[in-house]
Design a protein around this ligand. Structure first.
Ligand code: MG
Ligand code: ZN
Length: 187
């Protein structure tokens, strides 16, 4: 599923961002079911403002199994995404689109990360130079999707980073940043 905010025919790479734990706070085991649950990192705003949107498509790729688990409706998920993109826009950050997977893991869909289905979907809507693109995430599934696509993997130490390291040890990223504030050093 997708929400397109800004169309663009321009041929350029993309920065794909995970949402929870990267742009907004993510509490382990807790789903965002309401706009009141949304806490955007100040460092994400500071960092995203430094990224040149003329140079990249800015696209959010997010697993939102809360939908098919029955915690939120698609409409509520859309409202939450619109709210996040709206807050970013107020800060002069222009997100092109959000692609989200509504499925539970047991549904074995082709769009839940680490499967790159949502990126393939985005490539139909935008002219993306994939080999120069980046994926920014806080989980191994984000890095695994990037690996599958052959794009650069950037891990952020916010969100689930700590839990993921404890769980997997080596996560396999190309670059690591404390938060999005220093992302501009690598893209
Ligand atoms: Mg995340
Ligand atoms: Zn899916």
């Amino acid at each position: 599923m997708k929400i397109i905010y800004i169309k663009s025919d321009k041929k350029k790479p993309a920065i794909f961002f995970d949402r929870d734990g990267v742009i907004n706070r993510d509490v382990a085991g807790k789903y965002i079911t309401d706009i009141n649950d949304v806490n955007i990192y100040k460092t994400a705003i500071d960092g995203l403002r430094k990224i040149d949107s003329n140079k990249y498509h800015l696209i959010i790729i997010t697993n939102q199994s809360a939908i098919n688990r029955g915690y939120i409706t698609i409409e509520e998920a859309v409202d939450i995404n619109n709210y996040i993109v709206g807050l970013l826009k107020e800060n002069a950050i222009n997100i092109n689109a959000i692609y989200f997977c509504p499925h539970r893991p047991d549904e074995n869909c082709s769009c839940r990360k680490p499967i790159p289905g949502l990126v393939y979907e985005a490539m139909k809507d935008y002219n993306i130079v994939l080999k120069e693109s980046f994926m920014v995430g806080d989980k191994k599934t984000d890095m695994d999707m990037a690996k599958e696509l052959g794009i650069k993997k950037i891990m952020v130490k916010t969100g689930q980073y700590r839990n993921e390291i404890l769980k997997y040890g080596d996560i396999g990223y190309d670059f690591i940043v404390n938060n999005l504030k220093s992302l501009n050093k690598y893209v």
